[in-house]
Design a protein around this ligand. Structure first.
Ligand SMILES: *Cc1c(COP(=O)(O)O)cnc(C)c1O
Length: 372
């Protein structure tokens, strides 16, 4: 059996440190925010090469939305539809209207040309998603934002440590959301997230929003939420932050091994663009014959996934936006074809060979059928 991810293997590799960190929190009774969370915020900001980071229980919520923009109904935010639902929902919570634009079919990230075409005088913010661990094409996106006076909110939930022209995710846009959901590249022992920003005023507002709207206890300046990170998560994540670079390099090494065994086979593997550092949160290949491939691989004990089977504009939740099938052909084609192979730091070359042999056999069958 080859799992899709193996959180137990990761825990086993750092068990003593994690256990000690959790027990220390229990002994200190610093259960919410507290010294570990503060230290995590400081180190995570440094890791992103950004000046500010504020921890919360989720990667992308209403927290960073209104903080960044003060958006009002009637305002629009641009997002791309081949992704997870969270950041589009977060835009909606702020009262802004979600507007989608198509993706670049190679990187699966926002297509700057499609973005520019979708901008209207009501547009307020742009939400590029660094999907699968590869950053969106940030230079043109930032130029478009500057030209139209828009805020850029990076969805960095899948891209801890990813780089664009040597710059880290979270350090380019105005504000960014990272997720520490357990299966992400850096996962909490439960829920967790971080809002990273280059703007001190946004940082101050996010910190107020996450703690019932107060910067100083009982001095509530705005209507906020309870979005405080738990002390135990801060303690666990502080330990994991020490290893994230090592784990990222292990993911990249695993991706390089896949690329080597799939070379020349016709299997459509992910493309790392020249100026990016892909951190391979998801290793998505493409095939028009996905259903059968997944079934055959499953029978051989190889776990696979689909990230994501439906483009957001076709989801029932966004019916009210009035989009139609066919409006975002690249996103729709990607949603129909992508299939994710096992990818995690502890994945071994032997396991990858088993996966690759099975995938190559399927690829040959699919090619033979197509040639008939
Ligand atoms: C996981 C994920 C989120 C949401 O993160 P949470 O921690 O669940 O709030 C947002 N966007 C993308 C692209 C994700 O993968």
């Amino acid at each position: 059996m080859i799992p899709f991810v193996d959180l137990k293997a990761q825990y086993a590799s750092i068990k003593d440190e994690i256990d000690a960190a959790v027990l220390n929190t229990l002994a200190n009774c610093s259960f919410t925010l507290g010294p570990d969370v503060a230290a995590l915020e400081e180190s995570f900001a440094e890791y992103c090469n950004a000046p500010h980071a504020a921890a919360s229980p989720t990667g992308r919520t209403h927290c960073s939305g209104p903080a960044g923009c003060g958006r009002r109904p009637g305002r629009r935010s641009h997002h791309r539809p081949h992704t997870f639902i969270a950041s589009a929902s977060a835009i909606h919570y702020t009262g802004a209207k979600v507007v989608f634009c198509d993706i670049d079919p190679v990187s699966f990230t926002m297509d700057p040309q499609a973005l520019e075409a979708a901008i209207t005088p009501n547009t307020k913010a742009i939400v590029p998603v660094h999907l699968y661990g590869q950053m969106a094409d940030m230079d043109p996106i930032m130029a478009i934002a500057k030209k139209h006076g828009l805020i850029v909110m990076e969805d960095a939930a899948q891209s801890h440590g990813a780089e664009y022209k040597g710059r880290r995710a979270g350090s380019i846009g105005d504000i960014a959301g990272f997720s520490f959901y357990p299966g992400k590249n850096m996962g909490a022992a439960g829920e967790g997230g971080m809002t990273v920003t280059t703007n001190p005023e946004f940082d101050r507002k996010v910190r107020m929003l996450r703690d019932w709207g107060a910067e100083k206890k009982y001095h509530h300046e705005i209507i906020g939420y309870n979005m405080r990170m738990e002390g135990i998560q801060g303690a666990v994540l502080r330990v994991k932050l020490k290893y994230i670079e090592k784990w990222t390099e292990m993911r990249r090494a695993a991706a390089a091994r896949y690329a080597e065994v799939f070379a020349g086979t016709g299997v459509r593997i992910p493309v790392e663009l020249e100026d990016r550092r892909h951190v391979y949160h998801v290793y998505a290949i493409r095939t028009p014959d996905r259903e059968r491939w997944m079934k055959v691989l499953g029978e051989k004990g190889i776990a696979t996934g689909i990230h994501y089977p439906f483009p957001l504009h076709m989801l029932k939740a966004f019916d009210f936006l009035g989009y139609k099938k066919g409006q975002f052909p690249h996103a729709e084609k990607a949603a129909a074809e992508v299939m994710s192979l096992p990818m995690y730091p502890e994945l071994t070359g032997d396991m990858q060979q088993v996966v690759a042999d099975a995938v190559i056999e399927l690829q040959n069958e699919t090619a033979a059928i197509a040639a008939e």
